[in-house]
Write a protein that binds this ligand. Structure first.
Ligand code: F6P
Length: 322
């Protein structure tokens, strides 16, 4: 088992609240084991550019409560080329980096897989607000994004209720509807429209009119980003129900803000687990939450998995929307 000397840390893809807590955990757990730690700025692009610095325990002070990522992030096109990967490997060798902890989503894991083929030991930590990583129940940032979206939608509901309107609210999630269905249930939406399920706008309009006939005065429809066209959906509803409707795209507000306790604790646990794995001579793994336990999967295996949409939650939303 070759010894770990220097652990590099990077965050890649979209930032997510709790990434800083993970960076802190990886840094401090590594230092506690006597490893040197290098922070790499702007993800794999920083590895290509040699944009890195040594991190001590104090460099990660006062970040556990902050959103974003102190290491910055990027989506590097160059790292998808052999030339870019070789440059990154050369910079790892020059800095003595034998191990990398890569925090991000699927794209980040693919990057880790590429560089692991050149002999750098990699551990991946799932960090994305979308919760669209198949091998894990939970990704860092998801809980904070849910709570942020919830707060924003509650505000929208105040004005929607006052005007007896319909609000069509588009939430993030790329191609996945996990944020949408969860906030839909949590805010009492009439319907949630996601990529994972077919939808029928006429049926939704009919349901709204039936509810209106029983005294319901205001309505909320959650649309997942992958479906898009929330403005058109809102216009269609207004035209076909006569109910005044407004579309709101929540956008990047969902990615910012102080991480929730859940995100911070999971980030801390995953960060320490990553360093433990490296210490045991285990690498090229993705860390995952299964129930209350942390487990790990081979990167290729993790990338090959498919995440199910929570049909049960979707049905429950419908059952409660009377
Ligand atoms: O993956 C996180 C995420 O916020 C998605 O929900 C969204 O589709 C995407 O990133 C937006 O990316 P960008 O910030 O590059 O526009």
């Amino acid at each position: 088992m070759s010894e770990i000397r220097t652990v590099g840390i990077l965050t890649s893809g979209g930032d997510a609240p709790g990434m800083n807590a993970a960076i802190r955990a990886v840094t401090r757990a590594s230092i506690a084991r006597g490893y040197k730690v290098m922070g790499i700025r702007k993800g794999y692009q920083g590895l290509i550019d040699g944009d890195m610095f040594e991190m001590g325990a104090r460099d990660v002070s006062d970040i556990v409560q902050r959103g974003g990522t102190m290491l910055y992030t990027a989506r590097s096109k160059k790292f998808t080329t052999e030339e870019g990967i070789l440059l990154a490997k050369k910079n790892c060798d020059e800095a003595g980096i034998d191990s990398l902890v890569c925090i991000g989503g699927d794209g980040t894991f693919r990057g880790a897989l590429d560089i692991s083929k050149h002999g750098v030991k990699c551990i991946c930590i799932p960090g994305t607000i979308d919760n669209d990583i198949a091998c894990t129940d939970y990704t860092i940032g998801f809980d904070t994004a849910l709570n942020t979206a919830l707060e924003m939608i509650d505000r929208i509901k105040d004005t929607e209720m006052s005007h007896s309107r319909c609000s069509v609210v588009e939430v993030m999630g790329r191609r996945a509807g996990h944020i949408a269905v969860n906030v839909g249930v949590a805010t009492g939406a009439v319907e949630v429209i996601t990529v994972e399920r077919p939808y029928d706008l006429d049926e939704i309009c009919k349901k709204m009119l039936e509810q209106k006939a029983t005294g319901k005065s205001h309505f909320e429809i959650i649309v997942a980003e992958g479906v898009g066209n929330s403005e058109q959906i809102s216009n269609y509803i207004q035209e076909h129900t006569g109910i005044d409707s407004r579309a709101t795209i929540l956008g990047h507000v969902q990615r910012g803000g102080s991480p929730t306790c859940t995100d911070r604790v999971i980030a801390a646990r995953m960060g320490c687990y990553a360093v433990e794995l490296l210490g045991q001579g285990i690498s090229n793994r993705v860390i995952a939450v299964k129930g209350s336990r942390l487990v790990d999967y081979d990167i290729v295996e993790a990338l090959g998995m498919k995440k199910n949409y929570d049909e049960h939650l979707h049905k429950l939303l419908g059952d409660l929307s009377l």
